[in-house]
Design a protein. Structure first.
Length: 66
């Protein structure tokens, strides 16, 4: 995604009406960013460090999205 951030990609997908489940993973975020990403429609936003159980729950949630 040269030249486009994850949130920018999310906005572009929404603008094009592509409902693709998104799980963000970031080392640069905080709880405010996480809340914002969830409000924008992300399934989850994981802040590093996290463990494999948290990742598995996020992926499982994304797979359940219609």
């Amino acid at each position: 995604m040269p030249g486009m951030s994850g949130p920018e990609l999310q906005r572009e997908l929404l603008a094009r009406q592509h409902n693709i489940p998104i799980v963000f993973i970031t080392a640069y975020g905080d709880r405010n960013l996480r809340v914002h990403m969830l409000q924008q429609g992300a399934v989850d936003c994981l802040l590093k460090p996290f463990n494999d159980t948290v990742l598995r729950h996020a992926v499982d949630a994304a797979l359940r999205v219609d």
